[in-house]
Design a binder for this molecule. Structure first.
Ligand code: GAL
Length: 673
């Protein structure tokens, strides 16, 4: 089956960032020899090469790039060509000092590292479009170039910018959004603390101030920053598009909170691609990985996507950079494949000897081609080479978890009721439950058409517009099951508390509103009687007002004692659950068992530590199974393990740490487990 990623991709893309400019020519020849040995078919080049391509302003030297592209092409290795605009050269900052990004404290960011200039500086915008145009004119129809990689990870390390250029654009953006100062004053609630504006020229960026800055202003500045960064991408994309018909992407950082609303970004790229790095401190990093992969697939509407970067072993930028152990790289890679990736790439091909990333792992480590890591890379290349028929197949999910960047931006601001409440923590808790139950998840926005899902979970929907609340109410009315966790539907799109009080917009679906938040002291726990068993809860309780819901859990310990803690409400043809506290993992499992029953969802009974996801193809399903545990396990399936060509008749045995991809006949559900 042909891939939706790009039409003539015949095998899983496999490779990584390649920085040949850091190496002499003889190393290049060694590189392509070893790339061929590993089955590398795609490398990303030029991402940080601006200074070596545009050597002085307006003066270009493409000789080395010509040479390496030809060498790769002769060796059958395709090119994902970067535009190097994440790292302007020294001459740029020297010639355009005003284009430097400025921090909230008024400090202009200097050179000697990496990071773009001010997203709003005309000199930067012009220079970025100029080099993108030059590259597209020269290589736009080169047969080696199959993909464009614009910039690198928009939003980091430079996102919000407080320079004069940014402030000028910010005012224009606000004028466009609000039309009049009266509307801005109303939306920002500037009657509070005497912040009323009488002149547009007085409206500043939310730079460092004596106390907490207006949260509505902060939220709008986050929206503005996201839209300016996206405009930078669109300008480069359109410059390339004028000279090249190859697909254009930029590498996202799903689940890493870089200030980009990926739902909006995904609409602008031809192919969604993502960078993902494990958090070494997280002993079950595979769950965070799965969140990022499912989010990446979801923002792209379910289409196949590319893992643009991950690591073969340790990274270098965490406090303790734990090396991946044998087989972990393959397990990580296959989990991404299971969750919809049609390409597995790494940062980076060859470990660099100099610079800030010399302790970062690579496909070809400092230890060279006999190293464990390189041998595993070769093995992974061979494994991915067996998966051609998986390309283009899709993941199906019955459950959606709401993921709303704007809500997260607002919730993360200061002066919230408790520092122990975090959106990421709540999403992880619910997702983790679903992961352990082997239930495949999509992420969605509260305004999406959710009618295809049996269950929708809102773990952290602090900000909810009236229109989105209506959508959720309608979803339940029409038969859906909705679960809402505490501190949700608190404010509207201007970070103003909903009139009617907390949770009021969801009262139709949930049959409950919140009278008062009751955060707990650090380390305190409480209890909830849930159907006769006592659940341990912490961080948060609430004083609820029931408006139709039945009480399913009652506080037995803590400030809410005697009041309802967990409610269930029948609304139209569906059911709305509300959980007003933070249960521990066992407590959440108990609640979710009842929720699954309401939603008609059956968790797959699989051995502990097994991850199993299905992709649905035209002629078959593909079960990607990963054993994260230390015991051999068996799981029911029949078909052919594409990685080994073994026939599987009824039961797949997976050794500790092993992976399998089984071509199965279509299942009745056709979906994930
Ligand atoms: C990414 C970045 C790469 C490299 C990598 C190291 O965020 O895009 O250029 O720095 O991190 O883990």
């Amino acid at each position: 089956m042909s891939s939706a990623v790009w039409p003539d991709l015949r095998s899983m893309a496999f490779g990584g960032d390649y920085n040949p400019e850091q190496w002499p020519r003889e190393v290049w020849r060694d590189d392509v020899r070893l790339m061929r040995e590993a089955g590398v078919n795609l490398v990303s080049i030029g991402i940080f090469s601006w200074a070596l391509i545009e050597v002085r302003e307006g003066e270009f030297d493409f000789s080395w790039l010509d040479e390496i592209i030809e060498l790769l092409h002769e060796n059958g290795i395709a090119v994902d060509l970067g535009t190097p605009t994440a790292s302007p050269p020294a001459w740029f900052f020297a010639n355009h000092p005003d284009a430097r990004a400025v921090t909230a404290d008024g400090v202009p960011l200097g050179f000697g590292s990496r990071g773009m200039a001010s997203h709003s500086a005309p000199a930067y915008r012009d220079a970025a479009v100029r080099i993108a145009t030059e590259l597209a004119q020269r290589y736009g129809s080169h047969p080696a170039v199959v993909l464009w990689h614009v910039h690198n990870e928009y939003g980091v390390p430079v996102g919000e910018d407080f320079s004069d250029h940014s402030v000028r654009e910010w005012r224009l953006w606000l004028q466009e959004r609000y039309g009049t100062l009266d509307a801005l004053n109303a939306a920002w609630g500037t009657a509070f603390w005497g912040q009323h504006y009488g002149e547009w020229a007085h409206v500043g960026a939310p730079a460092t101030a004596p106390s907490v800055i207006n949260p509505a202003q902060r939220l709008d500045f986050a929206r503005f920053t996201d839209s300016q960064l996206r405009a930078c991408f669109v300008a480069e994309r359109d410059a390339i598009r004028a000279h090249s018909d190859r697909p254009i992407t930029t590498n996202f950082m799903a689940n890493q909170h870089n200030g980009c609303d990926l739902w909006a970004w995904a609409r602008e790229v031809d192919i969604v691609s993502d960078d993902h790095y494990l958090w070494a401190a997280d002993e079950e990093g595979e769950i965070g990985l799965a969140i990022a992969a499912d989010l990446t697939r979801s923002v792209g509407g379910g289409a196949p996507w590319i893992l643009m970067e991950h690591s073969t072993s340790a990274v270098n930028w965490q406090p303790r950079n734990v090396a991946k152990r044998r087989g972990e790289m393959a397990r990580n890679s296959l989990s991404h494949v299971g969750r919809g990736a049609d390409g597995i790439l790494f940062f980076q091909w060859r470990a660099g000897r100099s610079g800030a990333e010399k302790f970062h792992s690579a496909m070809l480590p400092h230890a060279g081609e006999t190293s464990r890591v390189f041998r595993e890379v070769v093995d992974l290349g061979a494994k991915l080479g067996t998966l051609d028929e998986v390309l283009g197949s899709r993941v199906h999910a019955d459950v959606a978890v709401l993921w709303d960047f704007e809500s997260f931006w607002a919730q993360d601001l200061e002066w919230r009721p408790s520092v122990d409440v975090g959106h990421a923590e709540r999403i992880r808790a619910f997702y983790e439950r679903l992961w352990r139950d082997n239930i495949t998840v999509d992420f969605a926005l509260p305004g999406h058409d959710l009618s295809g899902y049996k269950l929708v979970i809102a773990p952290a929907q602090y900000l909810l517009s009236g229109a989105d609340a209506d959508n959720l109410n309608r979803y339940v009315e029409q038969g859906g099951t909705l679960v809402v966790s505490f501190f949700s539907a608190v404010v509207d799109e201007n970070d103003a508390v909903h009139s009617g009080g907390f949770l009021a917009p969801l009262a139709p679906a949930l049959g409950v509103t919140v009278e008062e938040h009751l955060p707990l002291r650090e380390g305190d726990t409480g209890g909830v009687d849930f159907g006769g068993s006592t659940l341990t809860v912490d961080v948060w309780q609430e004083d609820l007002t029931l408006v139709g819901a039945e009480t399913r859990g009652v506080y037995t310990d803590g400030p809410g004692t005697g009041g309802a803690a967990i409610t269930r409400h029948r609304h139209g043809a569906g059911i709305g659950w509300y959980i007003s506290t933070r249960p521990d993992a066992d407590g959440l499992a108990a609640i979710m068992t009842e929720v699954y029953a309401d939603a008609g969802i059956a968790p797959a009974e699989l051995p502990t530590g097994v991850e199993a996801i299905r992709r649905r193809g035209v002629d078959a399903d593909y079960l990607v199974a990963i054993n994260h545990g230390t015991d051999a396990v068996s799981l029911p399936t029949s078909g052919v393990n594409l990685l080994t060509q073994d026939d599987i008749r009824g039961m797949l045995v997976l050794q500790p740490g092993d992976v399998a991809v089984v071509r199965e006949p279509h299942t009745a559900s056709g979906g994930g487990r």
